[in-house]
Design a protein around this ligand. Structure first.
Ligand code: SF4
Length: 254
């Protein structure tokens, strides 16, 4: 069994969860560096590559980041996360985000049991859903999985239906919801195909449809009637389908 005690990080901060089923919950975010995809509408492109340093917010909400050299150790994480968790009951979870956290699965295997024992918060994993075998290695430690299904039209990538299906089957062992980012150009058939994939695993898995957050232009944002049509397509097969935009950006939060 491999044991990896350090991680390549991009940043650690304390904020509200701005997406998905748990929007508005206070979380401690550990953003891992490095990604195996390069989605067209990535809103954290700075975390796609490894960096010599990672940054840590000193005061929640102030963006007063201090830099530390990569890689980070489990001991450092314990101290930083512990500092953000002094007010017991405030934080809902530790968000493992990126980049793609599952690329560093050996570190997660080492650190999650220690963090769970010392900090005691839920683990909330945000994943692009294309590394099912990596998820299977740590599923016992993850409490909530926010699984992205990447539509070809929104990412500029080929579909990952097989990987998404396998990841979803493993994620369904815990608490999972799916998030789909869609644009004005998304063909309704892609929403339908993704919804079928979810329904084949379980019709009870909640789906969050997230209209794309424009980068300097609103021309890709779906029209209101497209948003309602996408929800109607998904509701034909799934119990819970909500349309939720990125909330943290409204408040200018990270
Ligand atoms: S998987 Fe996430 S972090 Fe990676 S490129 Fe796509 S949106 Fe960005």
């Amino acid at each position: 069994m491999s044991s990896q005690t350090t991680a390549q990080l991009y940043e650690i901060f304390n904020s509200i969860q701005g997406e998905g089923l748990y929007v508005g919950e206070r979380q401690i975010f550990i953003r891992f560096a490095g990604c195996n995809l390069s989605c067209q509408y990535c809103d954290t492109p700075q975390s796609q590559n490894l960096t010599p340093e990672f940054k840590v917010e000193q005061t929640p909400g102030k963006r007063d980041f201090k830099n530390y050299p990569n890689p980070a150790t489990v001991t450092q994480l314990l101290e930083i996360v512990g500092n953000f968790n002094k007010h017991k009951g405030l934080n809902h979870a530790i968000s493992l985000t990126g980049g793609e956290p599952l690329l560093q699965v050996d570190f997660l295997k080492t650190s999650l049991p220690i963090l769970k024992k010392e900090i005691g918060l839920f683990f909330y994993l945000e994943t692009n859903g294309v590394l099912p075998d990596h998820l299977a290695e740590i599923i016992e430690w993850v409490d909530i999985i926010a699984l992205d299904i990447k539509l070809p039209s929104a990412t500029g990538l080929s579909p990952y239906w097989k990987e998404h299906r396998k990841t979803l089957e493993t994620a369904a062992l815990q608490n999972v919801f799916v998030k789909i980012i869609f644009t004005r150009e998304t063909p309704p058939k892609e929403i339908d195909d993704a919804t079928s994939l979810i329904a084949e695993v379980s019709v009870d898995i909640p789906l969050i449809l997230q209209p794309v957050t424009p980068h300097g232009s609103i021309k890709h944002r779906p029209q209101p009637e497209q948003i309602l049509a996408a929800q109607a397509i998904a509701k034909r097969k799934l119990q819970t389908v909500r349309v939720i935009p990125q909330a943290h950006k409204i408040f200018g939060m990270v």
